[in-house]
Design a protein. Sequence first.
Length: 454
Amino acid sequence: IIFTTADTSTGWLGLRFFSADNSSELSFCVVERGKTLGGPQRPFDNGGGIYCESCNLSVTSCLIKYNNAWEGHGGGIFCSNSNIVISDNEIISNFSGWGGAGIWCEYSDVTITCNLIMDNVTYYPLGGEWGGGITCKVSEVVISDNVICNNSSYHIGGGILVSRCTALIEFNSIIDNYVLEFGGGILAHLSALTLSNNLIINNSAPYGGGGGGLMMDLGSDLYINNNTIYGNNGLLNGGGLQVRLEEADTLINNIIWGNTSEYGEDNIYFEGDSTNIIYCNVGGGWPGEGNIDVDPLFRDPDNGDFHLMATYCGDPYDSPCIDAGHPDILDSLLDCDWGLGELRSDMGAYGGGLVHVGIDNQVIEVPSRFILAQNYPNPFNAYTTIRYNLPKETDVTIDIYDILGRKVTMLQNGLQQAGYHQVIWDADDKSTGIYFYKIQTGDFVETKKMLLVK
């Protein structure tokens, strides 16, 4: 179903859900060119594409694009006092005057997983201060397995903003987001935040207070582990990470490298007790147990591959971040697409996941369900990465098909352990066009689309 309008200048009021029950679902739809009326009267100033209030709603496998909340919040999706699952969507090129151009959630229980959230803009002069891609306020939030890229905001939180939330942000690619002032990739304010296994790459805060990759502000309770924070830029302190707290919380097993700041610390700026930054690779060095300062030797960062080099995988060198993480944490999976060390966890986004609590007592964190994520980058030139989650050991087949349904190649065929996996497709010898990738296991089949552009 396509929800749109012939009059693109005036638009239409989008989809409105009020007090929807547990069976409410919006799936396999296109929602485009919705536009709020503006002014102070809710609900017509919020939710350009989809408005949700006091609902239990699932939004899955939709294309949500070109929607506009020009004097309100939530250009693509707005939800308030709701329990909402947003999964497997493309949320692209939406606009907001005040915040959450892609998604705005408040006073809600929110799960945002396996989406492409791209090119959303919260714009000035109407306000434009609250989050370009995702904004969540006073909510319980899970943000996992998304690609969040090229979003922008005027004031704070180019990619993600969480304020007064309890939030788990894990296994995302947060890339090339932009904010003028604070928190190019992520800004957390007065929140309890767990940030795990994310790629936070090339985000920017070029004109304000810093935190090009991340800014953690004013009393947030943090646990930041196994992230790769690289190539971000901020004008003032903390091109990679800026933390402004009375006390430090735990930063462990992260790679914080290659970030820049025009007038301050390139990689980390910390106000507070920094003793809990441990077992991290920090460019320029940082005091703390297990910290190192050495080139992490990513496999191919210029083409978006931030796996660690390993001679075992055919690379020319072994990364110094292999087996360099906390000795009480192990890698949940040992292969070239995840952990590479056998003694303890690797640093960076592809390590960790298994906590060692005794020889005969180990806890392994595995996914709760099958997930096939959107490939990244998409569109792509030559190389793209396909990630998928397996809640149990199973036979897995991943095939690539062209637009005519002809099989192009097989990327995976065989038994794999439960855990977080990915494969890289080298399409250097293929022509520009639309391709499909399909995963098949004993209990799960799913197909997604991708675009090769040369």
